[in-house]
Design a protein around this ligand. Structure first.
Ligand code: PLP
Length: 397
């Protein structure tokens, strides 16, 4: 006989949450393949990179891994916050933008996704400010903890920009800013970001700035929140090699927490150090060596080649959508196109329609939040052949 009062109490937020959107999409694709095994799928939904890695980059990683063979160069646990050689290269990249960073303000990690969600471990009684639509991890991580969330709609009327003007100044918030934005592609300019930094400093809020797509920025929009005056008193930056260098499988990212960021007289930087030493054992040496190589001149040229490929995809996609009178957010700073559904269907209905009529996969806008209803997200990370095949099937109505 088991006594119920001794049952482990679970976090019921996990039961109440809907499934992760990309799991739902994968399920639908599997159903489609089971029903129509011979039909082709053109995957424009994928937010993952598709270009293979350059051999020179892989060779650097292999060479670093070979160091484990010899006792002279063998390495055990990596430092929890990353090797200095990688941090120094990151600090140099920021110095070129006029941002001075100490090495202990940089924390190497194995994914922006982990850091942007785990950072919640540092705070209690959080009220999160999140865009709607949003990159799902921001909202999911807060919902799974039962945090209070304020969702700010991104609409055509506000040019899909999240700004602080509707928020009360009588409290503080954890503010999630993703620029260039996933899923809309909208980018905040200097003045937009300055208004957030001023707001955060006035209200003692903290900005989580996710710049996973900064390498796609073509205009003068800030690539780092620390380009903005006084951001070092209110912001944390979360950055990744995933999309800039094709590291989605290898896993490497970094988080910057300035030592000037304090709350209740405690340095958030020191708290994160404590967090990472307890919860994380660091990124493998050879992966950090690979990430380091991507920051060299040669590595940057290699990464830029892949980014240019995705940008060409974007151009092909947008030109074809334009010719077919689609309404979409036109940003050259992002790999994503945020498209208004041209017929009277919900996001999921249009997803099914595109999949079953043409074999095209998109991401339904409503999967990113209620304000995404009526939209889909298309990705230029798709393979060129999928982009071309899918655009030949336009007008998708
Ligand atoms: N942040 C945003 C906005 C993303 O779109 C993604 C991945 O798609 C991530 C973070 C996760 O990046 P990583 O692969 O470094 O975990």
């Amino acid at each position: 006989m088991f006594l119920t009062e001794f049952t482990m109490k679970i976090n019921e937020n996990y039961v109440l949450q809907k499934n992760y959107i990309f799991t739902e999409i994968s399920k639908k694709m599997l159903d489609f393949k089971a029903k129509y095994p011979t039909r082709k799928i053109y995957n424009l939904g994928i937010g993952d990179v598709t270009r293979p890695m350059d051999k020179r980059l892989v060779d650097k990683i292999k060479k670093a891994l070979d160091e484990q063979i010899h006792s002279r160069t063998f390495k055990g646990y990596p430092p929890e916050t990353g090797y200095d050689f990688l941090k120094t290269a990151i600090a140099k990249k920021y110095a070129l933008r006029g941002i001075k960073l100490d090495l202990d303000e940089i924390f190497i990690s194995n994914g922006a996704g982990c850091d942007v969600t785990n950072i919640l471990n540092l705070f209690s009684d959080v009220t999160a400010v999140i865009a709607n639509p949003t990159y799902p991890a921001y909202l999911d991580s807060n919902n799974l903890r039962g945090n209070n969330c304020i969702l700010l709609p991104l609409t055509k009327k506000n040019q899909y920009k999240m700004l602080p003007n509707t928020l009360s100044e009588n409290q503080n918030y954890l503010i999630y800013i993703c620029s260039p934005n996933n899923p809309t592609g909208a980018t905040l300019n200097y003045d937009d970001l300055l208004s957030w930094v001023n707001f955060a400093n006035r209200t003692k809020s903290i900005i989580l700035f996710d710049n996973a797509y900064e390498s796609f920025i073509e205009d003068k929009s800030p690539k780092s929140i620390f380009e903005v005056k006084n951001a070092k008193y209110c912001a944390i930056e979360i950055s990744s090699f995933s999309k800039s260098a094709g590291f989605t499988n290898l896993r490497c990212s970094y988080t910057i927490i300035p030592k000037t960021l304090t709350r209740q007289n405690i340095k958030i930087n020191k708290m994160w150090l404590r967090h990472q030493c307890t919860f994380f054992n660091g990124v493998p040496y050879h992966i950090q060596k690979g990430a380091f190589f991507t920051l060299t001149d040669e590595g940057q040229r290699i990464c830029q080649k892949n980014i240019n490929y995705y940008k060409k995809n974007l151009k092909i996609l947008k030109n074809c959508l334009k010719k077919n009178n689609f309404e979409f957010l036109s940003s050259n700073n992002s790999p994503y196109v945020w498209v208004k559904i041209p017929i009277s269907k919900s996001s999921w209905e249009y997803f099914d329609f595109l999949l079953y009529t043409y074999g095209i996969v998109c991401v339904p806008g409503s999967g990113f939040g209620e304000s995404g209803e009526g939209y889909i997200r298309l990705s230029a990370f798709a393979k060129r052949c999928d982009i071309i095949s899918a655009t030949k099937l336009l007008p998708w109505v």
